[in-house]
Design a protein around this ligand. Sequence first.
Ligand code: ATP
Ligand code: SKM
Ligand code: MG
Length: 179
Amino acid sequence: MKHPTTRPRVVLIGPMGSGKTTVGRLLARRWAVAVRDTDEDIEAVEGRSIGEIFVDDGEARFREIERDAVAKALSDHDGVLSLGGGAVLAEQTRELLAGQPVVFLQVGLADAVSRVGLGESRPLLNQAVGGMRSRIKQLLDERTPIYESVATLTVDTSGRTPEDVAEEIDARIAEASDD
Ligand SMILES: Nc1ncnc2c1ncn2[C@@H]1O[C@H](COP(=O)(O)OP(=O)(O)OP(=O)(O)O)[C@@H](O)[C@H]1O
Ligand SMILES: O=C(O)C1=C[C@@H](O)[C@@H](O)[C@H](O)C1
Ligand SMILES: [Mg+2]
């Protein structure tokens, strides 16, 4: 598969509540580059929320829309790019990410649970059978190997502030580019 000619400076991946959106904004500010978030792209293009897309059209259709949104963002955005938590489930997306600087924001179960409790609605967690905590655990268990397989850098965010996480990414990217 052909790689895009312009590449994002860094792509952030990880589970819901790992801080992709929050840390992405901080990094972009630090580097004075633009930030883009594929969840926001999807909502802007579709003119409806991700929750509405799940309800109206189902998860499978959302994943198609997401796959296209990610491909577009990878081809025309060269700042910080934050992907939705499930974006790397698409094989096409994993292929497009090969060879790019991809940061996996890792988060432990306890922090993930408390962080997603704070935010906007997340359709995969709504009405989770067995409760939100066990659904989050299941998603973490299923997806961690996928995140790891795509990442060039892994940063643990548990018990840390978004600023601290952004600082570590900045330092490690600088280190890697000095090699
Ligand atoms: N390191 C952190 N420490 C404490 N709270 C955090 C941290 N990172 C993010 N948060 C908070 O957790 C919530 C979720 O963060 P954010 O929306 O950035 O996650 P996300 O990875 O983009 O999730 P999603 O995949 O659902 O888009 C927000 O309320 C944010 O302020
Ligand atoms: O983990 C997921 O599968 C998701 C994460 C969010 O970023 C959104 O893309 C959506 O809620 C699905
Ligand atoms: Mg987000």
